[in-house]
Design a protein around this ligand. Structure first.
Ligand SMILES: Cc1ncc(COP(=O)(O)O)c(C=O)c1O
Length: 367
């Protein structure tokens, strides 16, 4: 199996030890960082890991963690399967959904691993286009238009990476119902939920025919826990997912499961910080786009942690991103998402002073 290079990860890895060092990290999509000590100190009973037995956990994950995730999404904890990040959740789903000739519907633009990992599991991919003209609107019609007689599943990512568009609850419910009628599962990737800039949306986990993928990495800001999950009410498919997980990874780390359980118990504090950072930085990006009118344009995001503006003259953004990185500002080139005149700016990771990084970027664009 020949996997395409993961351009986004290659781009960020290239600047890990850059000299001069990167001072403004705007190429990622996670929330603001936390130390273990800060997470452990949340709440009245500080977390103590010293007596944790270092054995395996169970393939589906500890009961305590699954209960915390069930409460977070408002669903039965029995529906939850723990995975190594949202990444393994996707891989497990593709593994159990694959059958000869089957295809899966994925968004374009979208998180590059959808296409690469689905193909790695020998699923064909059918893309549905989210267009700038339609303000990247995610609707049931847009997704269903890409469906074939062989489609076994569709993936919706809301809030969406990289555009920040949000699929409304009514459209999700409509899509889930239509998909069920046509024998297709609906996977809703909610790793950026619940970061919203307009109307907050509930989790889709309680909808019939919806499989939710979630994680601790993005809105919950703890990517180093490498912890994700699948919520699937279909007991037969869930049992196949757990079997696959036993083979892939045996279990997650019990230590990290305990940290994640503690973090979820105090998720309100973690999410409030991520939302505040994203709100403030979104205002800074909005001011920059205003200031660069005629050069740069955008569709203002409705949620999530990234914005996806574009060069009005259609130029490739990579030379600009190289120049910005040389001045200590790391922004992801749009070609990482197949759209070279766009750039992706992460707005939830940098806690203070992002506007200074944006000033440096704007000066390069104006020069
Ligand atoms: C939309 C989306 N889903 C899933 C993932 C997987 O992340 P992780 O494995 O850290 O949960 C990412 C990572 O960037 C993402 O952007």
């Amino acid at each position: 199996m020949d996997l395409h290079p993961f351009l986004l990860d290659q781009w960020t890895a290239r600047f890990a030890d850059a000299s001069p060092a990167i001072r403004f990290h705007l190429a990622g999509s996670t929330g603001p960082s936390w130390t273990l000590a800060e997470i452990a100190a949340l709440g009245d009973t500080p977390l103590d890991l010293t007596n944790t037995p270092l054995g395996y956990s169970s393939a589906e994950g500890s009961r305590a963690l699954r209960e915390a995730i069930g409460a977070y999404h408002g669903v039965d904890p029995d529906w939850v399967v723990i995975t190594t990040g949202g990444s393994e959740a996707l891989s497990l789903l593709f593994c159990v959904l694959e059958r000869p000739g089957a295809d899966i519907l994925v968004p374009d633009p979208g998180y590059p691993a959808y296409d690469a990992m689905a193909r790695a599991w020998r699923l064909k991919t059918q893309t549905y286009r989210l267009t700038r003209e339609a303000r990247y609107a995610q609707t049931a019609d847009v997704v269903l238009a890409a469906m074939t007689a062989h489609s076994v599943a569709a993936i919706v990512n809301t809030p969406h990476n990289p555009t920040g568009s949000v699929m409304k609850r009514s459209e999700l419910a409509l899509l889930a119902g239509e998909a069920a009628g046509r024998g297709m599962a609906l996977i809703v990737d909610e790793v950026f939920h619940p970061i919203y800039f307009g109307m907050p949306q509930p989790s889709a986990a309680d909808l019939d025919n919806v499989i939710v993928v979630g994680d601790m990495s993005k809105a919950l800001s703890l990517p180093g826990l490498r912890l994700g999950w699948i919520i699937d009410r279909d007991a037969e498919r869930r049992s196949r997912l757990i079997t696959a997980r036993s083979y892939f990874a045996i279990s997650h780390s019990p230590l990290l499961e305990i940290v994640a359980t503690h973090a979820l118990t105090h998720s309100a504090a973690i999410l409030a910080r991520a939302q505040a950072v994203a709100d403030a930085n979104l205002r800074a990006v909005e001011a920059m786009v205003e200031n660069l009118r005629g050069l740069l344009d955008w569709v203002k995001p409705e949620g999530g942690t990234t914005v996806f503006p574009w060069f009005v003259d259609g130029r490739d953004s990579r030379p600009f991103c190289e120049a910005a990185a040389a001045k200590g500002v790391l922004i992801a080139p749009g070609d990482c998402f197949g759209q070279s005149h766009h750039l992706r700016i992460g707005i939830a990771n940098h806690c203070e002073g992002l506007e200074h990084g944006l000033e440096i970027a704007a000066a390069i664009i104006k020069a």
